[in-house]
Design a protein around this ligand. Structure first.
Ligand code: SF4
Length: 349
């Protein structure tokens, strides 16, 4: 067993420690209690007669009948790639990587999206529930520490539908729900008791920013509701003896150029939820897609400065937040082998 010097902000000197030995993922407990079948029915009911999977509530779109709305995904999920991810936070990537499944399509329209070919042009491959279950189990067999569902907001029913199959194939890893926070209350109700680790991104506080840059003016309210609900379900982040996330909320906030007042509001609100909220204040923003070419978005056509990042960290501490994510684990970062999506297309596929 590998041992690491775990930073105080990660395990709180033992306060945020959960024993790996006694840990059973929530969806396994639901399966063993016979509750998972009901969850699948509840989840699939969100697709028809009108989709209620996200706050867009696309009018007249029956995804059970394979119709598509804003997210451009119908009855079955599409996957762009699946692989052990070494770029995630140390509590997720560990030393073998976070078992990432990138879903195609998206319910937001971020003008600065770095993966616009996947999110907006739906690059990827349609996957049946059995396909998805096989991908999860294959990532577990590669040694990944968790199953990291990236951009899953619009495919919650499809993920839940895959879970009983994955359990029967031997899946035992915690699920990471890696979301933009534009989730519907109905979806989060379905996920209650299935997800152990929520990783919401809180993008904008201001409605006008949300309207301009995400095409979703109601995003700030939706995000606040979603993150508060996630916190109610699983609490603040807890890790095991090796500093690997087991349960709780890990919030991401991408600092945007010239928007520190927005950052301050978000950080203050997160601290009001709990000063022990674990937050990754991210500096990775760089202009992509429309932000890099369209003059309407000229004000965000630059990276954030070192000064802006220093201010963002200061704002976090002034708000009372102290569990701020850093890189602390020295690992050999491998160029991850992508799983061929055809892995899923076996005889029973
Ligand atoms: S999940 Fe897709 S179809 Fe459903 S409401 Fe959201 S954007 Fe519309």
């Amino acid at each position: 067993m590998k041992r690491w010097v775990i930073p105080f902000e990660v395990d709180g000197g033992g306060r945020f420690l959960l024993s790996r030995k006694g840990f059973v993922p929530a969806y396994i407990r639901a399966y063993e209690a016979g509750a998972l079948k009901e969850k699948v029915e509840e989840a699939l009911a969100l697709l028809s007669p009108q989709c209620r999977v996200c706050p867009r509530y696309c009018k007249g779109i029956d995804r059970g009948a394979d119709k598509t709305g804003v997210c451009r995904i119908g009855r079955y999920a599409w996957v762009a790639s699946a692989f052990p991810h070494f770029g995630e936070e140390d509590v997720l990537r560990g030393w073998n990587g976070s078992g990432t499944i990138f879903f195609s399509g998206c319910n937001l329209r971020c003008v600065f999206c770095q993966n616009w070919d996947i999110s907006q042009q739906r690059r990827g491959q349609e996957c049946s529930p059995r396909d998805l279950a096989r991908l999860m189990v294959a990532l577990q067999e590669m040694g990944c520490h968790n199953i990291n569902l990236v951009t899953p907001e619009h495919v919650v029913p499809q993920v839940v539908e895959a879970l009983p199959l994955a359990v029967e194939m031997g899946l035992r890893l915690p699920l990471v729900y890696n979301t933009s926070s534009y989730d519907s209350p109905e979806s989060l109700r379905v996920l209650d008791g299935l997800v152990d680790i929520y990783m919401p991104d809180f993008k904008f506080w201001d409605r006008e920013y949300a309207r301009t840059y995400l095409l979703a003016p109601d995003y700030p309210e939706a995000a606040r509701h979603s993150i508060a609900e996630m916190h109610r379900q699983v609490g603040v982040l807890h890790v095991d003896e090796n500093g690997l996330a087991l349960r709780g909320v890990l919030v991401r906030h991408l600092v945007m150029p010239g928007m520190l007042e927005d950052t301050a509001q978000i950080l203050r609100w997160l601290a009001s939820l709990s000063p022990d909220t674990y937050v990754n204040v991210m500096e990775q923003y760089h202009p992509a897609w429309k932000a890099a070419t369209d003059p309407r978005f000229a004000s965000i056509n630059r990276p954030v400065t070192g000064q802006e990042m220093a201010t963002a960290y200061r704002l976090a501490r002034e708000a009372g937040l102290w569990r701020l994510d850093t890189r602390w684990r020295r690992v050999w970062v491998r160029f991850a082998r992508r799983l061929p999506l055809e892995i899923s297309l076996g005889p029973e596929g």
